[in-house]
Design a protein around this ligand. Structure first.
Ligand code: APR
Ligand code: PHB
Length: 397
């Protein structure tokens, strides 16, 4: 440690969510030191309820990194996710059959908890409640991060900065407008989600109904997660549990609705849906990863998986740089990560359009969407194409 308030590390990581923590752990495994600067308290970070439908590639990466034991104990392995279309037979996006490996449902909170646990075990440096983080000299050779902790201003000198601070973070905003292009779609509806301590239906089931989209999911054998499409400006006060359960059941086919066990919600929230991509994902010595660079609607369950794939590419690049003086992966990081990001953005956008009722959907549009579903049902090629995109293509070499 240099001066009392001056620290030095190889990689300064802004953000202690899944992306920042996983990057810190993978760099540690590669012998690279890092410091994570997280704005919130640990309790605040671990209170976040977020989806965790893991692609086979994410499952393998977590296992190989030694943080998959809890996922293997508690996660729900399934052959794919179902689409229940009004007045049609349900359809399985069979990732197991088409890609040889299952998906695993395992809440993001549990993954974040496990990452915090192993970073603590390995004496990883994570600064919670780091306020007013500021990035300096990101295009020079000696970037610095300044922050406040317990009223004292501290400086962290580093070789690289990883912006893992989510959509509302500071990192992306450090890239001048002339160097950044952003792409965005805001959807004209939100998701009203609840958690209930009830036995789940047992599978991840997307429902498409004329009343709107619904989703049945799970966290464990006694923790169910459900969502319904709602108006953008919906107010939770207008959605008591009884009304939610009644609307949810109307959107599923009777044979599924009859299996839904209702109970008091232990968490209820409304999330807006948006698609967002920032290009490039690198500026000088600043590299963006996870929600700092992109947001997908949760329809394709891609958010966490994209954070994991960005981190896989970035840790590989940084380790090659520090261990072998090889900068090929650093130079190609943004383009390589963005190829996967845009693939996931496209799939999530397509599934969101297919499964939700848009205000301007006329009869023609409704028929087109039903025909698209019928084609999925009829064509093994269409099923394979959807399954491999839902499961996620292999990481690029
Ligand atoms: N300084 C330090 N930390 C910050 C700052 C800041 N200025 N701004 C935000 N943060 C922290 C947030 O408190 C949060 O803990 O950065 C972290 C970013 O974590 P996430 O938002 O969870 O983003 P990421 O790690 O990329 O994970 C993506 O989260 O939103 C879901 O669907 C998404 O599952 C995906 C996952
Ligand atoms: C969830 O379990 O919360 C979940 C599952 C699938 C999705 C989104 C969320 O596409």
């Amino acid at each position: 440690m240099q001066g009392a308030q001056e620290q030095r590390t190889q990689v300064a990581i802004i953000g202690g969510g899944p992306a920042g923590l996983l990057l810190s752990h993978l760099l540690h495994l590669g012998g690279i030191d890092s410091v994570v600067l997280e704005r919130q308290s640990r309790a605040h970070v671990l209170k976040r309820i977020r989806a965790g439908v893991l692609e086979p590639g994410s499952v393998k990466l977590l296992r190989d990194a030694g943080v998959g034991q809890r996922m293997d104990r508690e996660g729900h392995v399934h052959d794919g996710s179902w689409i229940a279309w009004q007045d049609r037979e349900p359809f399985l996006i069979n990732t197991k059959a088409h890609c040889g490996k299952p998906m695993v449902s395992h809440g993001q909170t549990a993954i974040t908890e496990e990452l915090y646990r192993v970073r603590e075990r390995d004496a990883g440096l994570i600064v919670d409640e780091a306020e007013n983080v500021r990035l300096d000299d990101i295009t020079g050779g000696a970037p610095k991060v300044t922050y406040e902790k317990d009223g004292a201003t501290r400086t962290l000198a580093c070789d690289f900065i990883a912006g893992c601070d989510g959509f509302h973070g500071v990192s992306r905003r450090c890239i001048p407008a002339r160097a950044l292009r952003t792409f965005e779609r805001a959807y004209p509806f939100g998701w009203l989600g609840i958690m209930s301590e009830t036995p789940p239906v047992g599978e991840v089931i997307y429902a498409r109904h004329e009343r709107g989209f619904a989703l049945a999911s799970l966290r464990n054998p006694m923790l169910s997660r459900y969502y319904i499409q709602c108006d953008v400006g919906a107010d939770l006060m207008d959605w008591p549990d009884d009304r939610f359960w009644e609307e949810l059941k109307q959107r599923f086919p009777p044979e599924i609705a009859d299996k839904i066990v209702t109970g008091p919600s232990i968490e209820k929230s409304i999330a807006p849906l948006r698609s967002f991509v920032a290009e490039p994902m690198r500026y000088g010595r600043l590299f963006l990863a996870g929600d700092a660079a992109h947001i997908v609607p949760p329809t394709g369950a891609k958010g966490l998986n994209l954070a994991i794939s960005d981190v896989f590419y970035l840790q590989r690049a940084l380790i090659a740089h520090f261990r072998h003086g090889d900068d090929r992966y650093l130079e190609s990081y943004s383009d390589m990560a963005l190829r996967r990001v845009w693939g996931a953005v496209r799939l999530s956008w397509w599934l969101t359009k297919l499964l939700h009722v848009f205000p301007d959907d006329d009869e023609f549009e409704m028929r087109i969407k039903t025909s698209e579903f019928d084609y999925l049902h009829a064509s093994p090629n269409a099923q394979a194409a959807l399954a491999e995109q839902y499961a996620g293509l292999p990481f690029e070499e």
